[in-house]
Design a protein around this ligand. Sequence first.
Ligand code: DMJ
Length: 622
Amino acid sequence: MPVATLLPFTATPNRKSASPTSFRLTEKFILLLVFSAFITLCFGAIFFLPDSSKLLSGVFFHSSAVETNTHTGPDSSDAGSAGNDDRLLAKIKKDHEKALLEAKDTLQKLPDVIQNDILADKAKVTKESMGKGAKDGNNLPFIEYHRPPGATGLEPQDPETRERRAKIKEMMKHAWDSYKQYAWGSNELRPVSKHGHSSNLFGSIKGATIVDALDTLYIMEMFEEFDAATDWVEKSLDFNVNAEVSVFEVNIRFVGGLLSAYYLSGKEVFRRKAVELGEKLLPAFKTPTGIPWALLNLKSGIGRNWPWASGGSSILAEYGTLHLEFMHLSRLSGNSEFAQKVMNIRKVLNRLEKPQGLYPNYLNPNSGQWGQHHVSVGGLGDSFYEYLLKAWLMSDKTDEEGKKMYYDALQAIETNLMRKSTNGLTYIAEWKGGLLEHKMGHLTCFAGGMIALGADGAPGDKTGHQMEQAAEIARTCHESYARTTLKLGPEAFRFDGGVEAIATRQNEKYFILRPEVIETYMYMWRFTHDPKYREWGWEAVQALEQHCRVDGGYSGIRDVYASSPNYDDVQQSFYLAETLKYLYLLFSEDDHLPFEHWVFNTEAHPLPVIRKDKTDRPNEVE
Ligand code: DMJ
């Protein structure tokens, strides 16, 4: 600031046109005194203000931030420089305090949270730069596609294994050709009556079998069929329906199926469709807690819960089984909203008190409180636990929160739910308000595979212990098959009233082509190479061929203890997505969809591990 501009204020009022040389000595002294007092005052003001460094830089170095704020900020006015200075100083003080708070916040965050924030910011910028056109899966950011390792596999070396694997491919061909011939475009096939079947889980979305089977066709190298399915997806798969769907089922089968098809084939249509559908599911999260509704009308965006679910609760296995798909949707779309929605579910769960460390199956999305204290590793609970572990694995083992939640939950399950029968069969019971129901569902049998998959990372030297648990569960589930007449497992089996691993209630004796037992054999084979798992898998193949295969495909059966099958006349889409895929992998080499690169969603759709060191290349090949 030039000194000359200060002089008019210090000149004596009576003296007109006086030159400085004509001052007397006393006048000069007084003038000097006043002048130095003024200078001291100015500097004092500068140095004692709270944000002196910023002000100085503004004054001496003309920082652009200060200039911008002074001249164009919303606070600027023509009221005079003194008013401007006050506002400027207040603004500087406010900015400084805000910067300090932000820095404090950042220092308190874990490195991976900071990393996520950076990714979210990056995604936001990408999305903004894409503008309006990014909606509905169109105009997605450019992604250089790299096929992850092991999308297809070499022929097994051993001739018997090769032959068995070829047989499973033939079974897939029969299931697929029958669907194509009798039910093309419907959700599922009725293999006995030979026509289409639509469950209301998918509203009026069509083609569940096509989307669920895409990746199985690809990994079995049935490329002609894969191309026909791709063509149908391109031309006919339509999510613009005015109908209510199950958010969970649509996510695991359709979003999961499309994501896998994209990662295996690199075809953009699958990425586009997956993101389009993902966006349609987002309104399900509009609840006071952000815990999504079970059911959603895709047109109106109105959600609700199953009327039977404990006072309007959402279900653990449903809202807890979105994580893997939504993390990939964020990466493929550049929209961080998907990831934020599922991370928020964790936050809500982590704030809640857990009875004995267990997660009840019901949670009210309005109040954020648990419903009935019913705990299960089978129906209503199962895949929530699976997704905690797989979220950690899929994040290249960076998601420490998922890891901790999984191993803590498993410990609580071991303590409160896992029991041994009189004759030494390990099972996982159900827990109702502290009382055990000694029943294990077919669905619960997936836990053998899950525990084996997680054993390697188990804290406190528990790897061996968890591998033993996994093997024992696999044995129990095999027994549930072996103790039936048709050598296929019942929907649920009991360990009470003098029975072990046997269904005692008529409505628990059915078999609907479910995959969980075979899934566990596949994981156990990969981790142990114990030939019994392939033998058990082959027993299941023979039983399927003998009792479920019909002219028009494969059917579920109503009673596995009956002497001959009574068909339910449904070929479930998960038979092609899961049962046949896990069987095929059981008889494949380990480098086909290797676990270090792929994680299977709960419908057996493989999703690649998201590499921590290649943040901008989601499907990097090593
Ligand atoms: C599949 O849709 C999924 O595996 C789900 O997690 C549970 N049930 C069926 C198959 O049994």
